[in-house]
Design a protein around this ligand. Structure first.
Ligand code: SAH
Length: 348
């Protein structure tokens, strides 16, 4: 099956020539696809053509099959079903400046971070560009355009830079003014530190924000919780982040998940300060969202505030973020896991 959302406008128009279509039909269908319409809703498109397309193509690449809303902060978590039955999840967070959707880039993940639920079964498969875009489109359609997504973060399941080509194509589609026309500055990409790909991404000349999931400035400790450190050292990852900043002049962020007794003592704060000294970088602290299958626990709130105070005293720019949607399996991969565990399989 062909996923029409994988095509940009030129590719779609070209594809439709196989069906004898004129150019304007491509533009019409492209518009419908970005509005979340299925073939039956494309009322200004010839019915016979729609029936033929149905035989070979998929209009909407993802379907929302479950949602949960946090009573605490209104964060909405959803499960997206892909055409082959695989599931990925997304989170919609409401801030006063807009609505941020966290999208997934892979089913599962092969990075093996010890605190993350997405990686427990390894990588199942990459998402195509249209499947990543489909998540944004589906959420806009769900909220009926009343609360359209204004910001996108690539922080759902998967490592975006491990699915490089599809992620780059997705961004081109997202920014396309014939489609959703997103502003590049409203998009953030988060990586566990694939240094070579971070540099390659810097050279794409996008203006998106880059986040490095660091979680420890100590090589031994980071290797323990993030095995990718054996492949790309802390210094290689931070150098790549610096390269990204110098090249794009976009804001760069270091993500630091506080894990009880693992990375939250004073010497950890000091090492972080030393590692990042001289860099224009903001540190986002977040308490671990404890994952049932893992033994790791969150740093308690008081201690997390103390860690923040240490960083501030050292002159660093840092914030302690709220745990959004912790009551609805907010952490990566948790909702999908619970759903699969309860239903017994992904393919139903
Ligand atoms: N692979 C990318 C993006 C996906 S994870 C990356 O590593 O950045 C998005 C962020 O959530 C990362 O910073 C990740 O380390 C963090 N994360 C994963 N599981 C978490 C958990 N249980 N609690 C808190 N943060 C978590």
């Amino acid at each position: 099956m062909i996923i029409l959302q994988d095509f940009n406008l030129a590719e779609l128009t070209q594809y439709l020539t196989e069906y004898g279509c004129q150019k304007f039909v491509g533009l019409q269908i492209y518009g419908w696809l970005s509005k979340g319409a299925d073939f039956d809703q494309m009322t200004n498109v010839n019915k016979a053509l729609r029936e033929k397309l149905k035989e070979n193509c998929i209009a909407q690449s993802v379907k929302i099959i479950h949602t949960a809303t946090s009573k605490k902060d209104g964060t909405e978590k959803m499960l997206f079903q892909l055409h082959d039955g695989n599931l990925v999840e997304g989170v919609l967070m409401k801030y006063n400046y807009g609505n941020t959707l966290c999208v997934s880039t892979q089913v599962g993940c092969r990075m093996g971070c010890k605190f993350c639920a997405s990686t427990l079964d390894g990588l199942v498969r990459n998402l195509s560009a249209g499947e990543i875009l489909g998540q944004v489109v589906a959420v806009n359609a769900l909220t009926k355009g009343v609360r359209n997504v204004t910001n996108v973060v690539l922080m759902g399941s998967g490592e975006p830079l491990d699915n490089y080509d599809n992620v780059v194509k997705f961004l081109h589609l997202l920014f396309d003014t014939n489609g959703l026309g997103f502003s590049q500055r409203n998009v953030s990409l988060s990586t566990c530190g694939l240094a070579d790909k971070m540099k390659q991404f810097a050279d794409e000349d996008f203006s998106v924000n880059m986040t490095l999931s660091l979680h420890s400035a100590d090589t031994e400790k980071r290797t323990e919780i993030m095995p990718i450190t054996k492949q790309w050292s802390i210094h290689q990852a931070v150098d790549a982040l610096r390269y990204y900043f110098n090249k794009t002049k976009r804001r760069v962020i270091v993500e630091y998940t506080l894990i009880d007794g693992v990375n939250d003592n004073y010497s950890d704060a000091l090492k972080l300060k030393q590692l990042l000294s001289g860099m224009s970088v903001h540190v986002n602290l977040i308490r671990l969202n404890a994952v049932k299958e893992r033994k790791l626990l969150a740093t308690d709130t008081d201690h997390a505030k103390k860690f923040l105070a240490w960083l501030e005293k050292m002159g660093m720019s840092a914030t302690l973020r709220r745990q959004m949607g912790a009551d609805i399996d907010g952490a990566c991969g948790q909702l999908r896991r619970r759903y699969i565990n309860e239903k017994g399989a992904t393919n139903e």
